[in-house]
Structures are given as C-alpha cells and as structure tokens.
Design a protein around this ligand. Structure first.
Ligand code: PEP
Length: 252
C-alpha cells in the first residue's frame, strides 16, 4: 500500500516572515500529531531554514523547489544539494514545468539533477507533463514517457523518487485534468516504470498529480488507483485549503 504524499509548492511567494506564519497556520490546521499521509512544504530557498524550525518535531517535511547538479563553485545564483540538505530538507522538486518553461531545463538537465540529489541522499519529486499543444496534438503519452525515461536515464535505484504528473495546461489555470484524464497518464507512467524497473519497483512508486488541485476536487483525484497524492501550487498558499487537501488524501 503506497502512502499518499501531498506537497505545497509555494513557488516565488512569501517573505521569510510570511512563510513562517503560513507554516504555523498549516500545522495548526492539521492538528497535533497528524500522520494521515506524508506532507511537505516547499517555501523559497530563503525561508527553508525558518520554516524548518517551525515544523521541527512534526511529521511535516521540508522540500526545496530546485537544486543544481554540481557540488559547488562558480554558479552564481544557484543552490547545491549539500546546501539544501544542510537546511534540513528531505525532498527536492526537480523539473517543474515552470523551470522547464522559463529557465531552459531539459530532460537531460533534469536527469543530472535527479542523479545528483539521489546520489547525495536527497529524495526527489520529478515533475513531468505535457502542454496544451502537445495534448491537442495527441502526443501526451509519448512526451510524458520520454520525460520519464530520459529523466531517469542511468539511475538504478528509484526508491527515494516520487514522480509528479502535472499537465502544464492545468497549472495555475483553474483547469484541472479530470480524474479519468489524470489516471490515464498516471497508469501510463507506471507502465513505463514497469518496463524500466520491473513490477515490484513500479508498484511502490508514488505518482502525485498536480494542476489546480483544490479542496473541491482533491478527493475524486486521490481516489484513483494510480494517483498517490498531490503537488499543490495555488491552494497551498491558504492553510485551510491545503489542510483540506491533505485530509482528503489521508482519507482515500
Ligand atoms: C504546481 O505548480 O505544481 C501546481 C500544481 O500549481 P497549481 O496547483 O496552482 O496549479
């Protein structure tokens, strides 16, 4: 039985003080001792340490939004896996569609980052997903399959990996993939992983859905057999909405 995982991706929102307040509000909403599913909060790099202090001692985990694939050196503006780990993060999000779209990330840079993070003991949420044009052109399956295959190229052990399927057309747009549309792609991702790693490994892999998940649609999405939680953008900026989504995941 796969334990569901719900992560709030706060993107480039909130100062350190605002992030601390939001983390406190999320904890208050979840209630003491919450353990119904795995939960992560992903503030900006600047606020990782401060949010880490707020969630210390709870089951909520700290998640970074990106990392570099080199150890250290002359990469102005970048953050290494070692630095991220030192803040207490347990996960890093890699290959978010906004990174691919605005910062030139490709399947091969995603692959370098995933390798680096996993090798250095940081768990990974690797994002994949098609644009509206790709969906309309009927290439969703081929595109997502190649994102999975190329992102995982040369990686033997995926026990510390989560895949997030995030159709780009559903991110921040208010348009959600229907539960059936999402399940179809999740099932396809698991089939690709079966081919790469075998049944046993694939059946353990958690595949999150992301794209305008809200309290009103979370339960239906999380009830699908291959949807193992959510990567939540906009709704994670509201503690009550995020907690409602987490609770929906816990009850599925
Ligand atoms: C995301 O950015 O990962 C995301 C799913 O955003 P939203 O929930 O706002 O669509």
């Amino acid at each position: 039985m796969r334990k569901k995982i719900v992560v709030g991706n706060w993107k480039m929102n909130n100062t350190i003080a605002e992030s601390v307040q939001l983390a406190q509000d999320v904890l208050a909403q979840l209630g003491e001792g919450f353990s119904g599913c795995e939960v992560g909060l992903s503030p900006t790099f600047l606020a990782l340490q401060a949010v880490g202090t707020v969630i210390e001692g709870s089951s909520v985990q700290l998640v970074a939004q990106n990392c570099h694939y080199e150890n250290d050196g002359a990469f102005t503006g970048e953050i290494s896996v070692r630095m991220i780990k030192a803040t207490g993060c347990s996960y890093v999000i890699i290959g978010h569609s906004e990174r691919r779209q605005y910062f030139g990330e490709t399947n091969s840079t995603v692959n370098l980052k995933v390798k680096k993070a996993l090798n250095d003991g940081l768990k990974v949420i690797m994002c994949v997903g098609e644009t509206l044009e790709e969906r309309e052109a009927g290439v969703t399956g081929a595109l997502v399959s190649s994102q999975v295959r190329e992102g995982l190229d040369g990686i033997d052990d995926i026990s510390s990996l989560v895949i997030a399927y995030e159709p780009v057309w559903a991110i921040g747009t208010g348009k959600t993939a229907s539960a059936a549309q999402a399940e179809e792609v999740h099932d396809l991702i698991r089939t690709v992983v079966v081919k790469l790693y075998g049944e046993a490994v694939a059946s353990e892999l958690r595949i999150q859905y992301g794209g305008s998940v809200k309290p009103s649609n979370a339960a239906e999405l999380f009830a699908m057999p291959n949807i193992d939680g959510g990567l939540i953008g906009g709704a994670s900026l509201n503690a009550a909405d995020f907690a409602a989504i987490v609770k929906a995941a816990s009850e599925c």
